[in-house]
Design a binder for this molecule. Structure first.
Ligand SMILES: NC(=O)c1ccc[n+]([C@@H]2O[C@H](COP(=O)([O-])OP(=O)(O)OC[C@H]3O[C@@H](n4cnc5c(N)ncnc54)[C@H](O)[C@@H]3O)[C@@H](O)[C@H]2O)c1
Length: 258
């Protein structure tokens, strides 16, 4: 397993789902982890020996507080995982503009603000590590391919994909020694997927019918586990990925290979 001893990571939206799995994986690799969320994640933080901060990723003041907390609790920052995100399924003709904007605020502004505030802090001690500092942005297969009823979400995740590449090039050009990569999950079994099951139900389909339909979208024949994504994030955050920046790591059971 990758060794992240001595490093400090912020993982956003980590009170549950993929973020919680990422926080656990980074902690198991030896990192100090600051779990942040608008939901309470204090128990999870205590379980992995990390810290918790109430943090809305759309708030610039909250980002300042999160970086300050990483410094106060752990002495600095080395890894940022921009994981917090929201999802809805709705036909383009019925999405209220306010809902579209709200999704961009969380999924896009949140990632932008995270990189804006974390880059100077990560740069301070990036030279300590062979692979430098690391930012991992959680996008989606929806940032790569289109699908019905996901216009607002696709717009946001496509933005995350290309913001990642631009930030990677900029950090390289400025010799900051910070790598910036994105991860693109297929359908992953989390509370977000549970709400998608309700929205995706056709006729009198039960939950299991929808789950089977989701599973069939992946050539590996199943939906993903949060740990599938956490393993990829831990790799990108580590020195094992020292020559990777601006890359998109697809973790989708083959969905986008078809
Ligand atoms: N589950 C999937 O199938 C799937 C697929 C592709 C990509 N993703 C992406 O993975 C990430 C995690 O998804 P998940 O499935 O674990 O979702 P989830 O809904 O289970 O968890 C998301 C977390 O983000 C938090 N959050 C929401 N708005 C926030 C805000 N403004 N500030 C801080 N935290 C906020 C929530 O409180 C929640 O704890 C998201 O970016 C999502 O778009 C998920």
């Amino acid at each position: 397993m990758e060794d992240l001893s001595g490093r400090t990571a912020i993982v956003t939206g980590a009170a549950r789902g993929i973020g919680a799995a990422i926080a656990t994986a980074l902690s198991e690799a030896g990192a100090n982890v600051l779990i942040t969320d608008i939901m309470d994640g204090a128990a999870q933080a205590a379980e992995i020996g990390g810290a918790f901060l109430h943090h809305d990723v759309t708030s610039e003041a909250d980002w300042t507080a999160a970086i300050a907390k990483a410094r106060d609790e752990f002495g600095g920052l080395d890894i940022l995982v921009n994981n917090a995100g929201v999802f809805t399924l709705a036909p383009i003709t019925s999405v209220p503009l306010d809902d579209f904007r709200k999704m961009q605020q969380i999924n896009v502004d949140g990632v932008f603000l995270g990189m804006k505030h974390a880059i100077p802090a990560i740069a301070e001690r990036a030279s300590k590590w062979d692979g430098g500092g690391a930012i991992v942005n959680v996008s989606s297969v929806a940032g790569i391919i289109g699908s019905p009823m996901t216009t607002a979400y696709s717009a946001s995740k496509g933005a995350v994909r290309l913001m990642t590449k631009s930030a990677a090039i900029e950090c390289g050009a400025m010799k900051l020694n910070i790598r910036v990569n994105s991860v693109h999950p297929g359908i992953i079994d989390t509370p977000m997927m549970s709400s998608a099951i309700n929205a995706a139900r056709r006729g009198d389909e039960g939950d299991d019918d929808v789950r089977r339909r989701f599973a069939k979208q992946h050539p590996l024949g199943r939906v993903g586990r949060p740990s599938d994504i956490a393993n990829a994030v831990r790799f990108l955050a580590s020195d094992s990925a020292a020559f990777m920046t601006g890359a998109e790591l697809v973790v989708d059971g083959g969905m986008t290979a078809t």
